[in-house]
Design a protein around this ligand. Structure first.
Ligand SMILES: C[S@@+](CC[C@H](N)C(=O)[O-])C[C@H]1O[C@@H](n2cnc3c(N)ncnc32)[C@H](O)[C@@H]1O
Length: 303
């Protein structure tokens, strides 16, 4: 059962432009936090020298630079995102790094407009769950790949495995006078932070899109920071879903909400550090080759 969507809608470039500067300013933090998970995602997509890669919901391009490094000067990476503001920051990064093989294109992941582009691989780091129609996003990525091309993505797992996000969402909703995000028996609303965390859901969506060789595995991704305040600085400028829930409140009410959230998140203080648990799901799959589709069809017709 899906919870009524009472969270502010995040569809549209204007909404995401608001978090562009904050996300870009925290690129080093994000890079440290997601280093291992990102390497696993790029390995799963089998990205190597000379590859042509599509980076979906690329944000400020932090992982795009990792891709550019892997593909080298003979490869290409196209960073796409719904927010023109964040892509401008990504372009600046590519220019400073001197990576001519990286370019950008404003595109909604649910309608990339890249059918038949024949990419060797398509990846999406922490973007797919924001799509209200994830099946459309997967179909759009599938259509942009060559037969045999690889897809891989990282999304947040379940609320139980992501207690910091669960605390942030529940507290923000309570302070904003909105009903709690969802009960354990309800699925988070489409397009929300934890919307793709239900076990089995990603595999179902990939299979329904026509992908083959589907794998999904959980990856622990704890965020290690000097203090809870460092985490809150990040969320307050880059965590659009929480920022959007608290935006209508008065400055005093917002201050009270952040104070409450800080107190709850202090439970993750550990030996002079703050270690926030997170669990990501890494999915990967292949766009079937014409012969594989044909043989699957043949098997289907003879049984
Ligand atoms: C959490 S950030 C992740 C950015 C980047 N992939 C990273 O890991 O650093 C989510 C990104 O998804 C983008 N986004 C949200 N909805 C989108 C959509 N429907 N189509 C394309 N991009 C979208 C936002 O603009 C934002 O840049």
């Amino acid at each position: 059962m899906t919870a009524p969507n009472t969270e502010p809608p995040l569809d549209g470039s204007h909404a995401w432009d608001q978090a562009a500067e904050g996300w870009n300013r925290h690129s080093a933090l994000v890079g440290d936090w997601l280093r291992e998970a990102t390497a696993a995602m790029l390995d799963a997509a089998r990205i190597g020298p000379g590859a042509r890669v599509l980076d979906i919901a690329a944000g400020a391009g932090e992982q795009t630079l990792d891709i550019a490094r892997r593909v080298g000067p003979s490869g290409q990476v196209l960073a796409t995102d719904i927010s023109p503001g964040i892509l401008a920051l990504a372009r600046h990064k590519f220019h400073v790094a001197g990576w001519a093989q990286a370019s950008t294109r404003v595109a909604d992941a649910q309608a990339l407009g890249l059918d038949g582009a024949g990419f060797d691989a398509a990846v999406c780091r922490l973007g797919l769950m924001f799509c209200g129609a994830p099946q459309a996003a997967l179909a759009s990525a599938h259509a942009a790949l060559r037969p045999g091309g690889r897809f891989s993505a990282l999304v947040f797992g379940s609320p139980q495995a992501n207690p910091c996000i669960a605390i942030l969402m529940a507290s923000a909703m309570r302070h904003a006078g909105l009903p709690p995000p969802s009960s354990p028996r309800q699925s988070p609303p489409p397009g929300s932070l934890l919307s793709l965390g239900r076990p089995g859901l990603l595999a179902e969506l990939l299979a329904a899109t026509g992908f083959a060789d589907i794998e999904v595995r959980a990856l622990p991704a704890p965020m290690r920071l000097p203090s809870v305040q460092h985490y809150l600085d990040f969320v307050r400028s880059a965590g659009l879903p929480i920022m959007a829930i608290l935006a209508p409140l008065t400055p005093e009410a917002q201050q009270a909400a952040w104070h409450d959230i800080a107190q709850q998140l202090a439970r993750f203080n550990a030996n002079g550090q703050w270690v926030g648990p997170n669990e990501l799901l890494l999915c990967s799959a292949t766009r079937a080759t014409a012969s594989a589709v044909f043989s699957t069809h043949q098997e289907g017709t003879t049984t």
